[in-house]
Design a protein around this ligand. Structure first.
Ligand code: SAM
Ligand code: SF4
Length: 326
């Protein structure tokens, strides 16, 4: 698949639900959010039908995300359906980890290749201020990371959104972990959306993070783990894992964008922050094909996003990343 700017699009992020069992302060509000009605969600068969058609057009890799994807009932069933599609080269999952102790093995057996786990703090006493859930949930997440390792997932990528004054002093602790554990910790710049503008002062750019990492030890550029994300990776000499930065604001990577996103109710978003969405559910249900809608949407994929910290003018109307899965 090629978009109107000649970029090859071969990666789809699939949001399977917009609900979540956390309320990360930079991601979604504690309450008052409207959920997609159950009847509007794509069924697993419908998601698989869309992926099958997209694979015929050039799709190679998919990532399952949310909200929190593991609260969608029977998620391993979807994974198994996607695994059966010839041409799907990789299935990955983004999760907050809470439910991994229950599902890691089933997900692995069903065919998930890799997991990314979001972890914004290593300190139990800070968890509630960021995730707005009780401290005991932090223990469940740490058990989730271990369950993923036990189930054989490798590499494990850890996603950390840094917020000044809340968790940014933990950069050294996260980085130190990569010396002895095969973790790939990626510090993500907070993206401004309608629901988190009050946190704009806490934004930390990747250059500052890299400076802090560089003051800890020599920082060697690194190829990073498998996967084709936009992260830039580095490694401390002798470390088994790596540290990375994802820089949607300070250095956008739109020129090499290879992705599209599917919402849980069947809208295709060709840019995370573009206002254009294509309804795939209606043509799928009416005619059993989405090809024409996808081709049109690809031509409308914007050249780049226009995000600026402190403003939601560039967010394309996105209220929260939980609505689309990051
Ligand atoms: N619930 C899953 C999780 O937390 O991994 C999947 C969905 S979550 C929206 C996907 C990723 O987006 C997480 O790593 C999260 O930290 C990140 N994220 C959410 N809101 C963000 C924001 N405003 N800026 C940057 N990253 C954000
Ligand atoms: Fe939920 Fe993930 Fe958003 Fe946190 S980042 S509120 S875990 S969807």
């Amino acid at each position: 698949m090629r978009d109107g700017f000649g970029r090859t699009i071969d990666y789809l992020r699939i949001s399977v639900i917009d609900k979540c069992n956390l309320r990360c302060n930079y991601c979604m509000p504690v309450e008052g959010f409207e959920w997609i009605p159950r009847a509007e969600l794509l069924s697993f068969e419908e998601i698989a039908a869309i992926v099958r058609e997209l694979v015929g057009m050039g799709l190679r890799r998919v990532r399952i995300t949310g909200g929190e994807p593991l609260i969608r009932k029977d998620l391993p069933v979807l994974v198994a359906l996607l695994r059966e599609i010839d041409g799907v080269e990789e299935i990955s999952l983004s999760t907050n980890g809470i439910l991994l102790p229950r599902f890691a093995t089933d997900l692995r057996l069903a065919g998930v290749d890799r997991v990314n786990i979001s972890l914004d703090t290593l300190r139990r006493d800070r968890f509630e201020a960021i995730a707005r859930r009780p401290e005991r949930v932090f223990d469940e997440i740490m058990a989730g990371v271990e369950a993923a390792e036990r189930a054989g997932f490798a590499p494990i990528k850890i996603n950390t959104v840094l917020l000044r004054g809340l968790n940014d002093d933990e950069v050294p602790q996260f980085a130190e972990l990569t010396r002895s554990r095969p973790w790939h910790v990626r510090f993500i710049e907070m993206m401004p959306v309608g629901e988190n503008l009050h946190l704009a002062d806490r934004f930390i750019g990747a250059d500052e993070v890299l400076e802090r990492l560089g003051s800890l030890a020599e920082l060697l550029p690194d190829a990073g783990p498998r996967g084709n994300g936009p992260a830039r990776y580095f490694r401390f000499p002798g470390a088994v894992g790596s540290v990375g930065v994802i820089t949607p604001l300070s250095h956008n990577y739109c020129d090499s964008c290879n992705r599209m996103r599917l919402t849980a109710d069947g809208r295709l978003r060709t840019c995370l922050f573009g206002s254009h969405e294509a309804d795939l559910k209606t043509p799928l249900r009416a005619a059993g094909t989405v090809r024409a809608a996808v081709e049109r949407a690809l031509q409308q994929k914007p050249q780049r996003h226009m995000l600026i910290n402190g403003s939601d003018s560039g967010s394309g109307g996105l209220g929260a990343l939980s609505q689309i899965g990051g």
